[in-house]
Design a binder for this molecule. Structure first.
Ligand code: FDA
Length: 327
């Protein structure tokens, strides 16, 4: 992990920095670049314009590590509300009508929903108890199932990986319209990739965004990138509609070349990118006929998400530091 990335992730946790960035209007434009708005309705508007361009969306209600059962229940209710509002959108209704006969809708990639949701297990209350969080997750997935939608469970820090994987496996025993995310910086991930291939689950592959110790994750970025390509190829060969979530143009080029060489059709996988990052790449991939899904975050609990984006691109963080010292 680069020194700059570690530095940003560590200093952003300090109370005075947190206070200044959250409260100052100076950073609003930068925050607005990555966050689609404070409310669900604002995020749906942004989503509509993304869908109109021929891209797909995954909507993310920001928040993590809920500290009380009340908060976790409120987050769960919001996820359900999101699914209900999505189901009311004309573009989604049209799509549902066109795919009504697909037997594997939202499970195998035969029917890929235009607008799904991404949630976090610690939002559902994982810190407060596994059974409690699982009950909340089940409720959300069940609602999505009823409304022909899909729930992506983001992967958080490595202390949650095993519990998240086990929980998804249990819920998938009943509902197949959910799956999770694997991070190529973790040493354990090749084993997890085989596990999700066995489930026939739609996995999202990412490099990993949390501060991890060298006992768990590769400290060298080159190793993380190399693992991404190896595991990406494995998922292209044996996975079920994998999602490659990266803005790394070199990796995308390599995976596209591999898919072409192996005769794997563009419809059998998708790319995912974050709202506000590499729009040029999003548009050019879609123009070439690849499925591209944009991860659209909204809500007022944007601080941890925002600082992870800064850590990926330290130039953004240095801009903030410079502004702070200018007064
Ligand atoms: P890399 O960091 O090497 O960046 C490649 C290029 O992308 C850069 O050179 C730059 O051009 C551009 N870029 C990347 N980040 C940028 C930024 N913040 N600002 C400006 N430009 C930037 N992580 C996780 O641990 N759990 C999860 O569930 C998810 N979910 C997720 C969903 C989606 C849709 C995406 C795209 C990413 C995630 N991530 C994630 C985050 C992921 O782990 C990783 O931190 C980021 O994707 C950045 O890594 P890249 O693959 O883009 O490569």
């Amino acid at each position: 992990m680069s020194l700059a990335r570690t530095l940003v992730l560590k200093t952003s946790g300090l109370a005075p920095i947190k206070f200044l960035v959250r409260k100052s209007f100076l950073f609003r434009p930068l925050v607005g670049r990555f966050i689609a708005g404070d409310t669900l309705e604002e995020a749906l508007k942004v989503s509509e314009s993304i869908l109109a361009k021929g891209l797909l969306v995954s909507l993310d209600y920001l928040g993590e590590n809920t500290a009380s059962e009340q908060e976790a229940l409120e987050a769960t209710a919001t996820f359900i509300r999101m699914l209900e509002r999505i189901a009311e959108m004309p573009v989604v209704q049209k799509w549902n009508a066109e795919h009504a006969d697909s037997p594997t809708l939202n499970q195998s990639g035969d029917g890929i929903e235009p607008l799904n949701i991404s949630i976090k297990m610690t939002q559902c209350g994982l810190d407060l108890g596994e059974a409690f969080a699982e009950k909340n997750l089940r409720e959300v997935v069940e609602t999505a199932h009823r409304l022909h939608n899909f729930v992506r469970v983001d992967m958080e820090a490595s202390e949650y990986t095993q519990r998240t994987m086990d929980m998804i496996e249990r819920v998938r025993g009943e509902y197949k319209n959910t799956a999770t995310v694997l991070q190529t910086y973790l040493y354990r991930t090749p084993g997890d990739v085989e596990r999700v291939i066995g489930w026939k689950a739609r996995v999202r592959l990412v490099k990993g965004a949390y501060l991890e110790p060298p006992s768990e994750a590769y400290p060298e970025k080159a190793k993380v990138d190399e693992a991404y390509v190896t595991l990406g190829k494995r998922l292209l060969d044996a996975g079920t509609y994998p999602a490659f979530a990266t803005q790394d143009a070199a990796i995308i080029k390599t995976l596209n070349a591999y898919a072409t060489e192996k005769g794997i059709d563009k419809s059998r996988f998708e790319y995912q990118m974050l709202y506000g990052i590499r729009r040029d790449l999003q548009d050019s991939l879609a123009a070439e006929g690849y499925n591209v899904r944009i991860y659209v975050p909204f809500g007022d609990a944007w601080y941890p998400y925002f600082t992870r984006r800064l850590a990926e691109r330290p130039a953004n963080a240095f801009f903030i530091l410079k502004s702070l010292f200018k007064g």
